[in-house]
Design a binder for this molecule. Structure first.
Ligand code: ZN
Length: 246
């Protein structure tokens, strides 16, 4: 009997931390909504069609014809890389981010900004030819890349030869981006612990512009953008169903 008790106790001790870890991962959209059904962020239309915060991932794609308004990024970039482009609001925010980084002694370089459907198709085909199915964890199929939105950018630094590698998060430049990008409206889109939700491996170099209000809230909540957008949908549904006051 004593042995059975001991076995059960050990099993319990082993299971408690596992249960705790799962519960601590991150809240669901429903839990976020119950905590705060009206967060102080701009929600001017249905989040599914809001061109600034729209979710683009493997389940939510863009048509091949989608081409945003673009401007050139007049910023330092990886040597040998052509001038990149982004949507004007994202380009201006990135300029402010680069200037603030430089003021702190941090020198960043743009590696990749806007990518058209056709460019993404070529990149994806090349990666799949090189790596087979594992390429799906690192490269988005055409129409499923945030780069086609003109709101995502890959940044790196000279000390790692501007490579797009997880090691970027260990550099002072990568740590600066992680600590400050939300102030300029950008979020780190792909974290290691979110791989099951995002479908991609960790990418500390890939930042997505969503505007400063949303970026601060996403970062403070520390949830995958997929969960955040589900939360925004609940907020929007509740807001749009409220009776209009006269
Ligand atoms: Zn990227």
């Amino acid at each position: 009997m004593k042995r059975v008790f001991c076995f059960c106790s050990v099993l319990l001790l082993l299971l408690i931390p596992l249960a705790g870890a799962a519960a601590d991962a991150w809240p669901t959209a429903q839990e976020l909504f119950e905590r705060d059904p009206a967060p102080d962020v701009p929600l001017t239309c249905d989040p599914r069609i809001d061109p600034l915060i729209v979710l683009v991932n493997k389940q939510n794609g863009l048509p091949s014809s989608y081409e945003p308004e673009l401007i050139d990024l007049k910023l330092p970039h990886k040597p040998g890389v052509a001038t990149q482009q982004m949507r004007p609001e994202a380009a201006e925010a990135l300029s402010r981010l680069f200037a603030a980084a430089e003021a702190d002694g941090i020198k960043l370089g743009v590696v990749s900004g806007y990518r058209s459907y056709g460019t993404q198709r070529a990149i994806h085909a090349k990666k799949v030819a090189q790596r087979g199915r594992s390429a799906e964890l690192t490269s988005a199929p055409p129409g499923k890349s945030e780069h086609q939105l003109g709101l995502a950018v890959d940044v790196s630094c000279a000390s790692i030869s501007y490579r797009l590698n997880a090691i970027f998060s260990t550099t002072p430049e990568g740590q600066w981006v992680e600590a400050h990008c939300a102030e300029y409206g950008f979020i780190i889109r792909y974290r290691k612990e979110w791989q099951e939700v995002t479908g991609y491996k960790v990418e500390p170099w890939h930042i997505r512009y969503v505007g400063p209000e949303h970026a601060r809230l996403v970062t403070a909540l520390n949830v995958p953008y997929e969960v955040y957008m589900e939360y925004m949908q609940l907020c929007w549904n509740a807001r749009s169903h409220m009776p209009v006051s006269e």
